[in-house]
Design a protein around this ligand. Structure first.
Ligand code: ATP
Ligand code: MN
Length: 480
Protein backbone atom coordinates (compact mmCIF):
# COMPACT_ATOMS: atom_id res chain seq x y z
CA UNK A 1 0.00 0.00 0.00
CA UNK A 2 1.36 3.38 -0.98
CA UNK A 3 -0.78 5.77 0.96
CA UNK A 4 -0.36 5.29 4.65
CA UNK A 5 0.01 8.88 5.65
CA UNK A 6 -1.21 11.16 8.34
CA UNK A 7 -2.63 14.51 7.31
CA UNK A 8 -0.65 17.43 8.65
CA UNK A 9 -3.66 18.95 10.36
CA UNK A 10 -4.20 15.76 12.32
CA UNK A 11 -0.51 15.43 13.10
CA UNK A 12 -0.27 18.97 14.45
CA UNK A 13 -3.09 18.20 16.86
CA UNK A 14 -1.06 15.38 18.44
CA UNK A 15 1.56 15.64 21.16
CA UNK A 16 5.15 15.04 20.04
CA UNK A 17 6.20 11.82 21.76
CA UNK A 18 8.68 10.18 19.42
CA UNK A 19 5.97 8.50 17.33
CA UNK A 20 6.84 7.49 13.78
CA UNK A 21 4.64 8.94 11.03
CA UNK A 22 4.60 9.40 7.27
CA UNK A 23 3.55 12.71 5.76
CA UNK A 24 3.20 13.72 2.13
CA UNK A 25 2.88 17.16 0.72
CA UNK A 26 4.46 20.04 -1.15
CA UNK A 27 7.49 22.03 -0.07
CA UNK A 28 6.72 25.60 0.91
CA UNK A 29 10.29 26.49 1.86
CA UNK A 30 13.60 24.77 2.54
CA UNK A 31 15.89 26.77 4.81
CA UNK A 32 19.62 26.24 5.38
CA UNK A 33 19.48 22.75 3.89
CA UNK A 34 17.95 21.79 7.22
CA UNK A 35 14.31 22.84 7.66
CA UNK A 36 11.56 21.88 5.25
CA UNK A 37 8.19 23.58 5.68
CA UNK A 38 5.84 20.96 4.24
CA UNK A 39 2.18 21.62 3.46
CA UNK A 40 -0.46 19.11 2.38
CA UNK A 41 -3.49 21.36 2.00
CA UNK A 42 -5.26 20.10 5.11
CA UNK A 43 -4.35 23.32 6.95
CA UNK A 44 -2.31 26.45 6.37
CA UNK A 45 0.08 25.29 9.08
CA UNK A 46 3.13 23.49 7.81
CA UNK A 47 4.95 20.68 9.52
CA UNK A 48 8.59 21.56 10.05
CA UNK A 49 10.71 18.68 8.87
CA UNK A 50 14.23 18.64 10.28
CA UNK A 51 16.89 17.23 7.98
CA UNK A 52 19.97 16.21 9.95
CA UNK A 53 23.21 17.46 8.45
CA UNK A 54 25.10 14.72 6.66
CA UNK A 55 22.28 12.18 6.85
CA UNK A 56 21.04 12.60 3.27
CA UNK A 57 23.10 12.97 0.12
CA UNK A 58 23.43 16.28 -1.71
CA UNK A 59 21.72 14.96 -4.84
CA UNK A 60 18.54 14.42 -2.86
CA UNK A 61 18.76 17.71 -0.97
CA UNK A 62 19.06 19.64 -4.25
CA UNK A 63 15.72 18.27 -5.33
CA UNK A 64 13.93 19.69 -2.29
CA UNK A 65 12.72 22.86 -3.97
CA UNK A 66 9.64 25.02 -3.65
CA UNK A 67 6.52 23.02 -4.54
CA UNK A 68 8.34 19.72 -5.05
CA UNK A 69 6.24 16.91 -3.60
CA UNK A 70 7.72 14.71 -0.90
CA UNK A 71 6.97 11.60 1.08
CA UNK A 72 8.68 11.78 4.43
CA UNK A 73 8.79 9.27 7.23
CA UNK A 74 10.20 10.41 10.52
CA UNK A 75 9.80 10.72 14.24
CA UNK A 76 7.79 13.44 15.91
CA UNK A 77 9.73 15.32 18.57
CA UNK A 78 9.20 18.52 20.53
CA UNK A 79 10.53 21.44 18.53
CA UNK A 80 13.60 23.29 19.70
CA UNK A 81 12.71 26.24 17.50
CA UNK A 82 10.08 28.84 18.15
CA UNK A 83 6.68 29.02 16.56
CA UNK A 84 5.84 25.33 16.44
CA UNK A 85 5.35 22.68 19.04
CA UNK A 86 6.79 19.78 17.05
CA UNK A 87 9.37 18.86 14.47
CA UNK A 88 9.37 15.84 12.25
CA UNK A 89 12.88 14.36 12.29
CA UNK A 90 13.27 12.85 8.85
CA UNK A 91 14.27 9.20 8.63
CA UNK A 92 13.49 8.72 4.93
CA UNK A 93 12.75 11.31 2.27
CA UNK A 94 11.37 10.39 -1.12
CA UNK A 95 10.86 12.97 -3.85
CA UNK A 96 7.55 12.13 -5.51
CA UNK A 97 7.62 14.99 -7.99
CA UNK A 98 10.36 17.48 -8.78
CA UNK A 99 9.61 21.16 -9.21
CA UNK A 100 11.96 23.45 -11.10
CA UNK A 101 12.17 26.40 -8.72
CA UNK A 102 13.28 28.72 -11.54
CA UNK A 103 10.13 28.00 -13.49
CA UNK A 104 7.61 27.64 -10.65
CA UNK A 105 5.39 30.72 -11.01
CA UNK A 106 4.79 31.36 -7.31
CA UNK A 107 7.56 32.74 -5.15
CA UNK A 108 7.59 32.29 -1.39
CA UNK A 109 6.41 35.88 -0.95
CA UNK A 110 3.15 37.83 -1.11
CA UNK A 111 1.47 37.91 -4.51
CA UNK A 112 -1.44 40.13 -5.44
CA UNK A 113 -4.86 38.52 -5.86
CA UNK A 114 -4.91 39.78 -9.46
CA UNK A 115 -1.62 38.03 -10.19
CA UNK A 116 -2.89 34.82 -8.60
CA UNK A 117 -6.03 34.90 -10.74
CA UNK A 118 -3.77 34.43 -13.75
CA UNK A 119 -2.30 31.43 -11.98
CA UNK A 120 -5.62 30.03 -10.79
CA UNK A 121 -4.38 26.46 -11.35
CA UNK A 122 -1.74 26.92 -8.66
CA UNK A 123 -3.29 29.44 -6.33
CA UNK A 124 -4.78 26.72 -4.12
CA UNK A 125 -1.22 26.24 -2.90
CA UNK A 126 -1.21 29.64 -1.22
CA UNK A 127 -2.46 30.27 2.30
CA UNK A 128 -5.19 32.66 1.22
CA UNK A 129 -6.74 30.32 -1.30
CA UNK A 130 -6.16 27.29 0.90
CA UNK A 131 -8.33 28.98 3.52
CA UNK A 132 -10.94 30.28 1.07
CA UNK A 133 -11.55 26.92 -0.55
CA UNK A 134 -11.60 24.96 2.68
CA UNK A 135 -14.23 27.41 3.96
CA UNK A 136 -16.12 27.09 0.67
CA UNK A 137 -16.17 23.34 1.15
CA UNK A 138 -17.38 23.66 4.73
CA UNK A 139 -20.22 25.97 3.69
CA UNK A 140 -21.30 23.57 0.96
CA UNK A 141 -21.29 20.71 3.43
CA UNK A 142 -23.20 22.76 6.01
CA UNK A 143 -25.86 23.58 3.43
CA UNK A 144 -26.57 19.92 2.77
CA UNK A 145 -26.47 19.21 6.51
CA UNK A 146 -28.97 21.98 7.27
CA UNK A 147 -31.52 20.85 4.72
CA UNK A 148 -31.01 17.18 5.44
CA UNK A 149 -31.70 17.76 9.14
CA UNK A 150 -34.92 19.52 8.18
CA UNK A 151 -36.08 16.72 5.92
CA UNK A 152 -35.69 18.55 2.60
CA UNK A 153 -35.16 16.51 -0.56
CA UNK A 154 -32.08 17.48 -2.59
CA UNK A 155 -33.29 17.83 -6.14
CA UNK A 156 -31.13 17.99 -9.26
CA UNK A 157 -32.79 20.32 -11.70
CA UNK A 158 -31.63 20.34 -15.33
CA UNK A 159 -28.65 22.34 -16.56
CA UNK A 160 -29.97 22.42 -20.12
CA UNK A 161 -33.40 23.96 -20.33
CA UNK A 162 -35.81 24.63 -23.13
CA UNK A 163 -37.66 27.44 -21.41
CA UNK A 164 -36.21 30.90 -21.69
CA UNK A 165 -39.24 32.42 -20.05
CA UNK A 166 -37.98 32.98 -16.57
CA UNK A 167 -36.23 36.18 -17.39
CA UNK A 168 -33.67 36.01 -14.59
CA UNK A 169 -30.90 37.00 -16.97
CA UNK A 170 -29.38 36.69 -20.41
CA UNK A 171 -28.91 33.06 -21.41
CA UNK A 172 -26.17 31.01 -23.04
CA UNK A 173 -27.42 29.02 -26.00
CA UNK A 174 -26.79 25.28 -26.22
CA UNK A 175 -26.63 23.92 -29.76
CA UNK A 176 -24.92 21.35 -31.96
CA UNK A 177 -25.70 23.29 -35.13
CA UNK A 178 -22.74 24.76 -37.01
CA UNK A 179 -21.89 28.35 -36.17
CA UNK A 180 -20.23 29.13 -39.51
CA UNK A 181 -23.46 30.24 -41.14
CA UNK A 182 -24.34 26.86 -42.65
CA UNK A 183 -27.01 26.01 -40.05
CA UNK A 184 -30.38 25.03 -41.57
CA UNK A 185 -32.68 28.01 -42.03
CA UNK A 186 -36.40 28.64 -41.95
CA UNK A 187 -38.02 30.41 -44.88
CA UNK A 188 -37.74 33.74 -43.09
CA UNK A 189 -33.98 33.25 -42.75
CA UNK A 190 -33.93 32.44 -39.03
CA UNK A 191 -32.13 29.32 -37.81
CA UNK A 192 -34.29 26.19 -37.92
CA UNK A 193 -33.88 24.68 -34.46
CA UNK A 194 -36.02 21.68 -35.43
CA UNK A 195 -32.78 20.39 -36.92
CA UNK A 196 -30.89 20.94 -33.68
CA UNK A 197 -29.97 18.19 -31.20
CA UNK A 198 -33.09 18.53 -29.05
CA UNK A 199 -35.31 19.52 -31.93
CA UNK A 200 -35.75 22.93 -30.37
CA UNK A 201 -33.79 25.87 -29.10
CA UNK A 202 -32.15 25.25 -25.70
CA UNK A 203 -30.14 27.21 -23.16
CA UNK A 204 -28.09 26.83 -20.01
CA UNK A 205 -30.28 27.31 -16.97
CA UNK A 206 -30.40 30.64 -15.11
CA UNK A 207 -32.27 29.15 -12.16
CA UNK A 208 -33.73 25.82 -11.08
CA UNK A 209 -36.72 27.44 -9.41
CA UNK A 210 -39.53 26.55 -11.78
CA UNK A 211 -38.55 22.88 -11.72
CA UNK A 212 -37.99 23.21 -7.98
CA UNK A 213 -41.62 24.21 -7.56
CA UNK A 214 -42.63 20.95 -9.22
CA UNK A 215 -40.66 19.11 -6.55
CA UNK A 216 -42.03 21.17 -3.68
CA UNK A 217 -45.60 20.47 -4.74
CA UNK A 218 -44.92 16.75 -4.31
CA UNK A 219 -42.25 16.38 -1.59
CA UNK A 220 -43.22 19.43 0.41
CA UNK A 221 -39.69 20.73 0.90
CA UNK A 222 -36.89 20.54 -1.64
CA UNK A 223 -33.67 22.36 -2.37
CA UNK A 224 -31.38 22.55 -5.33
CA UNK A 225 -27.66 23.25 -5.21
CA UNK A 226 -26.11 23.48 -8.62
CA UNK A 227 -24.48 25.66 -11.24
CA UNK A 228 -26.42 28.40 -12.99
CA UNK A 229 -25.38 30.53 -15.94
CA UNK A 230 -26.03 34.12 -16.87
CA UNK A 231 -24.59 35.79 -19.91
CA UNK A 232 -24.89 39.16 -18.26
CA UNK A 233 -22.17 41.50 -19.31
CA UNK A 234 -21.71 42.93 -15.86
CA UNK A 235 -18.10 43.21 -14.89
CA UNK A 236 -18.58 43.66 -11.16
CA UNK A 237 -17.02 42.12 -8.07
CA UNK A 238 -20.35 40.32 -7.42
CA UNK A 239 -21.26 38.76 -10.77
CA UNK A 240 -20.05 35.61 -12.48
CA UNK A 241 -21.26 34.07 -15.73
CA UNK A 242 -21.22 30.67 -14.02
CA UNK A 243 -22.16 30.56 -10.36
CA UNK A 244 -23.67 28.13 -7.90
CA UNK A 245 -27.05 28.68 -6.42
CA UNK A 246 -29.00 27.10 -3.58
CA UNK A 247 -32.73 27.24 -4.18
CA UNK A 248 -35.02 25.86 -1.48
CA UNK A 249 -38.69 25.67 -2.34
CA UNK A 250 -41.30 24.92 0.30
CA UNK A 251 -44.97 24.01 0.09
CA UNK A 252 -47.23 25.43 2.80
CA UNK A 253 -44.94 28.44 3.37
CA UNK A 254 -45.88 32.09 3.20
CA UNK A 255 -43.49 35.02 2.87
CA UNK A 256 -42.81 35.23 6.58
CA UNK A 257 -42.04 31.52 6.83
CA UNK A 258 -39.71 32.04 3.89
CA UNK A 259 -37.85 34.89 5.60
CA UNK A 260 -37.58 32.89 8.81
CA UNK A 261 -36.08 29.93 7.00
CA UNK A 262 -33.63 32.07 5.04
CA UNK A 263 -32.38 33.81 8.16
CA UNK A 264 -32.04 30.57 10.11
CA UNK A 265 -30.25 28.98 7.16
CA UNK A 266 -27.71 31.76 6.73
CA UNK A 267 -26.94 31.77 10.44
CA UNK A 268 -26.62 28.00 10.53
CA UNK A 269 -24.02 27.81 7.79
CA UNK A 270 -22.04 30.73 9.20
CA UNK A 271 -22.03 29.07 12.60
CA UNK A 272 -20.87 25.82 11.04
CA UNK A 273 -17.87 27.57 9.48
CA UNK A 274 -17.13 29.40 12.74
CA UNK A 275 -17.17 26.12 14.66
CA UNK A 276 -15.25 24.06 12.13
CA UNK A 277 -12.94 26.46 10.28
CA UNK A 278 -11.83 28.81 13.00
CA UNK A 279 -8.17 28.71 11.97
CA UNK A 280 -8.91 29.53 8.35
CA UNK A 281 -11.32 32.30 9.30
CA UNK A 282 -8.77 33.82 11.63
CA UNK A 283 -6.22 33.74 8.86
CA UNK A 284 -8.67 35.41 6.47
CA UNK A 285 -9.58 38.01 9.11
CA UNK A 286 -5.91 38.90 9.42
CA UNK A 287 -5.53 39.08 5.66
CA UNK A 288 -8.55 41.35 5.35
CA UNK A 289 -7.32 43.63 8.12
CA UNK A 290 -4.01 44.00 6.30
CA UNK A 291 -5.72 44.63 2.97
CA UNK A 292 -7.89 47.30 4.54
CA UNK A 293 -4.86 49.12 5.92
CA UNK A 294 -4.28 50.24 2.33
CA UNK A 295 -7.69 51.92 2.24
CA UNK A 296 -8.58 55.41 3.43
CA UNK A 297 -10.13 55.39 6.92
CA UNK A 298 -13.71 55.90 5.73
CA UNK A 299 -13.55 52.91 3.36
CA UNK A 300 -12.48 50.45 6.05
CA UNK A 301 -14.94 48.06 7.67
CA UNK A 302 -16.03 48.96 11.15
CA UNK A 303 -15.69 45.38 12.29
CA UNK A 304 -13.11 42.68 11.71
CA UNK A 305 -14.24 39.56 9.86
CA UNK A 306 -14.80 37.37 12.92
CA UNK A 307 -16.51 40.19 14.77
CA UNK A 308 -18.80 40.75 11.80
CA UNK A 309 -19.78 37.09 11.60
CA UNK A 310 -20.44 36.95 15.32
CA UNK A 311 -22.53 40.08 15.05
CA UNK A 312 -24.63 38.51 12.30
CA UNK A 313 -25.16 35.39 14.38
CA UNK A 314 -26.25 37.35 17.45
CA UNK A 315 -28.64 39.84 15.87
CA UNK A 316 -31.93 39.61 14.07
CA UNK A 317 -31.95 40.71 10.47
CA UNK A 318 -33.79 43.99 10.06
CA UNK A 319 -37.05 43.45 8.17
CA UNK A 320 -38.78 46.29 6.41
CA UNK A 321 -40.93 46.85 3.38
CA UNK A 322 -39.63 48.23 0.12
CA UNK A 323 -41.92 51.24 0.69
CA UNK A 324 -40.29 52.01 4.06
CA UNK A 325 -36.87 51.58 2.50
CA UNK A 326 -37.65 54.16 -0.16
CA UNK A 327 -38.74 56.60 2.55
CA UNK A 328 -35.52 56.09 4.49
CA UNK A 329 -33.44 56.58 1.37
CA UNK A 330 -35.38 59.68 0.35
CA UNK A 331 -34.97 61.25 3.78
CA UNK A 332 -31.29 60.34 4.15
CA UNK A 333 -28.65 63.04 4.31
CA UNK A 334 -26.76 61.04 1.74
CA UNK A 335 -29.60 61.66 -0.69
CA UNK A 336 -30.12 65.28 0.31
CA UNK A 337 -26.44 65.93 -0.32
CA UNK A 338 -26.87 64.22 -3.72
CA UNK A 339 -24.25 61.61 -2.94
CA UNK A 340 -25.99 58.71 -4.67
CA UNK A 341 -24.85 58.14 -8.21
CA UNK A 342 -28.36 56.95 -9.10
CA UNK A 343 -31.03 59.37 -7.96
CA UNK A 344 -33.81 58.27 -5.59
CA UNK A 345 -36.71 58.89 -7.93
CA UNK A 346 -39.29 57.48 -5.54
CA UNK A 347 -41.67 54.57 -5.18
CA UNK A 348 -41.44 52.12 -8.04
CA UNK A 349 -37.77 52.53 -8.76
CA UNK A 350 -35.44 49.52 -8.81
CA UNK A 351 -32.86 49.78 -6.04
CA UNK A 352 -29.25 49.95 -7.15
CA UNK A 353 -26.51 48.22 -5.26
CA UNK A 354 -25.37 51.56 -3.74
CA UNK A 355 -28.85 52.07 -2.26
CA UNK A 356 -28.96 48.59 -0.82
CA UNK A 357 -25.52 49.01 0.65
CA UNK A 358 -26.45 52.35 2.18
CA UNK A 359 -29.37 50.73 4.02
CA UNK A 360 -27.26 47.85 5.25
CA UNK A 361 -23.93 49.50 5.96
CA UNK A 362 -24.82 53.04 6.98
CA UNK A 363 -28.41 53.03 8.17
CA UNK A 364 -29.11 49.71 9.89
CA UNK A 365 -25.55 48.39 10.14
CA UNK A 366 -26.76 44.80 9.91
CA UNK A 367 -28.29 42.42 7.35
CA UNK A 368 -31.62 43.63 6.06
CA UNK A 369 -34.59 41.81 4.57
CA UNK A 370 -36.58 43.99 2.20
CA UNK A 371 -40.02 42.71 1.25
CA UNK A 372 -43.18 43.60 -0.66
CA UNK A 373 -41.63 45.05 -3.79
CA UNK A 374 -43.52 46.77 -6.61
CA UNK A 375 -44.86 44.09 -8.93
CA UNK A 376 -43.50 45.91 -11.97
CA UNK A 377 -39.86 45.28 -11.06
CA UNK A 378 -40.25 41.63 -10.05
CA UNK A 379 -40.80 38.29 -11.79
CA UNK A 380 -44.15 36.98 -13.00
CA UNK A 381 -44.39 34.12 -10.50
CA UNK A 382 -44.32 36.26 -7.35
CA UNK A 383 -47.53 36.34 -5.32
CA UNK A 384 -49.66 39.44 -5.79
CA UNK A 385 -50.50 41.30 -2.59
CA UNK A 386 -53.94 42.64 -1.72
CA UNK A 387 -52.86 46.24 -2.40
CA UNK A 388 -52.84 45.48 -6.11
CA UNK A 389 -49.38 46.95 -6.69
CA UNK A 390 -46.84 44.97 -4.67
CA UNK A 391 -45.77 41.32 -4.65
CA UNK A 392 -44.66 39.09 -1.77
CA UNK A 393 -40.98 39.24 -2.72
CA UNK A 394 -38.03 39.46 -0.37
CA UNK A 395 -34.35 40.20 -0.85
CA UNK A 396 -31.72 39.76 1.81
CA UNK A 397 -28.98 42.36 1.74
CA UNK A 398 -25.64 41.72 3.39
CA UNK A 399 -22.98 44.23 4.46
CA UNK A 400 -20.18 44.53 1.93
CA UNK A 401 -22.02 42.45 -0.69
CA UNK A 402 -25.52 43.79 -1.26
CA UNK A 403 -28.11 41.28 -2.46
CA UNK A 404 -27.28 37.80 -1.30
CA UNK A 405 -30.74 36.19 -1.40
CA UNK A 406 -33.69 36.80 -3.69
CA UNK A 407 -36.98 35.05 -2.99
CA UNK A 408 -40.74 35.25 -2.80
CA UNK A 409 -44.00 33.59 -2.00
CA UNK A 410 -45.15 32.18 -5.32
CA UNK A 411 -48.47 32.98 -7.00
CA UNK A 412 -50.44 29.78 -6.43
CA UNK A 413 -53.75 31.09 -7.85
CA UNK A 414 -53.99 29.93 -11.43
CA UNK A 415 -56.13 32.79 -12.71
CA UNK A 416 -53.97 35.49 -11.18
CA UNK A 417 -50.80 33.80 -12.40
CA UNK A 418 -52.05 33.47 -15.95
CA UNK A 419 -53.27 37.06 -16.07
CA UNK A 420 -49.87 38.26 -14.91
CA UNK A 421 -48.06 36.07 -17.42
CA UNK A 422 -50.13 37.49 -20.25
CA UNK A 423 -49.42 41.04 -19.08
CA UNK A 424 -45.72 40.28 -19.08
CA UNK A 425 -45.82 38.47 -22.46
CA UNK A 426 -44.72 35.14 -21.01
CA UNK A 427 -45.87 32.37 -23.38
CA UNK A 428 -48.29 30.23 -21.36
CA UNK A 429 -48.10 27.27 -23.71
CA UNK A 430 -44.33 26.94 -23.18
CA UNK A 431 -44.85 26.68 -19.44
CA UNK A 432 -47.78 24.25 -19.57
CA UNK A 433 -45.98 21.91 -17.16
CA UNK A 434 -45.43 24.72 -14.65
CA UNK A 435 -49.06 25.76 -14.79
CA UNK A 436 -50.12 22.17 -14.13
CA UNK A 437 -48.98 22.60 -10.50
CA UNK A 438 -51.67 25.27 -10.18
CA UNK A 439 -54.25 23.10 -11.87
CA UNK A 440 -53.80 19.99 -9.79
CA UNK A 441 -53.76 20.61 -6.06
CA UNK A 442 -52.15 23.99 -5.90
CA UNK A 443 -50.84 25.12 -2.48
CA UNK A 444 -49.36 28.26 -0.96
CA UNK A 445 -45.61 27.93 -1.36
CA UNK A 446 -42.46 29.98 -1.28
CA UNK A 447 -38.75 29.78 -1.91
CA UNK A 448 -35.55 31.69 -2.42
CA UNK A 449 -32.19 31.61 -4.17
CA UNK A 450 -28.91 32.11 -2.36
CA UNK A 451 -25.93 32.90 -4.53
CA UNK A 452 -23.31 30.54 -3.14
CA UNK A 453 -20.27 32.60 -4.15
CA UNK A 454 -21.73 35.73 -2.58
CA UNK A 455 -22.19 33.77 0.63
CA UNK A 456 -18.58 32.54 0.44
CA UNK A 457 -17.49 36.15 -0.13
CA UNK A 458 -19.40 37.23 2.93
CA UNK A 459 -17.88 34.58 5.17
CA UNK A 460 -14.31 34.81 3.88
CA UNK A 461 -14.22 38.58 3.48
CA UNK A 462 -12.91 38.28 -0.09
CA UNK A 463 -13.91 41.41 -1.96
CA UNK A 464 -13.89 39.96 -5.47
CA UNK A 465 -16.18 37.08 -6.41
CA UNK A 466 -13.46 35.78 -8.77
CA UNK A 467 -11.48 34.79 -5.70
CA UNK A 468 -14.05 32.46 -4.16
CA UNK A 469 -14.69 30.14 -7.12
CA UNK A 470 -11.96 27.85 -8.39
CA UNK A 471 -12.07 28.86 -12.04
CA UNK A 472 -14.10 32.03 -12.57
CA UNK A 473 -16.10 32.51 -15.76
CA UNK A 474 -16.57 36.21 -16.50
CA UNK A 475 -16.96 38.30 -19.65
CA UNK A 476 -13.87 37.76 -21.79
CA UNK A 477 -12.40 35.14 -19.50
CA UNK A 478 -12.72 31.34 -19.45
CA UNK A 479 -9.13 30.15 -18.88
CA UNK A 480 -8.44 26.76 -17.26
P1 ATP B 1 -28.30 41.08 -8.89
O1 ATP B 1 -29.34 42.17 -8.83
O2 ATP B 1 -27.26 41.21 -7.82
O3 ATP B 1 -27.76 40.86 -10.25
P2 ATP B 1 -30.40 39.18 -9.27
O4 ATP B 1 -31.58 39.99 -8.86
O5 ATP B 1 -30.11 39.01 -10.71
O6 ATP B 1 -29.09 39.75 -8.51
P3 ATP B 1 -31.60 36.64 -8.59
O7 ATP B 1 -32.03 36.40 -9.98
O8 ATP B 1 -32.61 36.90 -7.54
O9 ATP B 1 -30.48 37.77 -8.54
O10 ATP B 1 -30.67 35.40 -8.14
C1 ATP B 1 -30.65 34.91 -6.81
C2 ATP B 1 -29.29 35.10 -6.17
O11 ATP B 1 -28.24 34.63 -7.00
C3 ATP B 1 -28.91 36.55 -5.93
O12 ATP B 1 -29.46 37.01 -4.73
C4 ATP B 1 -27.41 36.50 -5.85
O13 ATP B 1 -26.99 36.06 -4.57
C5 ATP B 1 -27.07 35.41 -6.84
N1 ATP B 1 -26.64 35.91 -8.15
C6 ATP B 1 -27.42 36.45 -9.12
N2 ATP B 1 -26.72 36.74 -10.22
C7 ATP B 1 -25.43 36.36 -9.94
C8 ATP B 1 -24.23 36.37 -10.70
N3 ATP B 1 -24.20 36.82 -11.95
N4 ATP B 1 -23.11 35.90 -10.10
C9 ATP B 1 -23.14 35.43 -8.85
N5 ATP B 1 -24.25 35.38 -8.09
C10 ATP B 1 -25.39 35.84 -8.63
MN1 MN C 1 -28.67 40.01 -11.93
Amino acid sequence: MFNKRIKIKELLAQEPAGQEVTVMGWVRTFRNNQFIALNDGSTNNNIQVVVELGKFNDELLKRITTSASLKITGTVVPSLGQGQKMDLKAVTIEVLGDSDAEKYPLQPKKHSLEFLREKAHLRFRTNTFGSVFRVRHALAFAIHKFFNEKGFVYMHTPIITASDAEGAGEMFRVTTLPVDGTAPKNEDGSVNFKEDFFGRSTNLTVSGQLEGELGATAFGDIYTFGPTFRAENSNTTRHLAEFWMIEPEMAFYDLEDNMNLAEEFIKYIIRYAMDNNREDLEFLAQRLAEEEKQLPQDKRSEMGLIEKLEFVLNNNFERLTYTDAIDILKESNHNKKKKFQYEITGWGMDLQSEHERYLVEKHFKKPVILYNYPAAIKAFYMRQNEDGKTVAAMDILAPGIGEIVGGSQREERQDKLETRMKEMHIPLEELWWYLDTRRFGTVPHAGFGLGFERMVQFVTGMTNIRDVIAFPRTPGSAEF
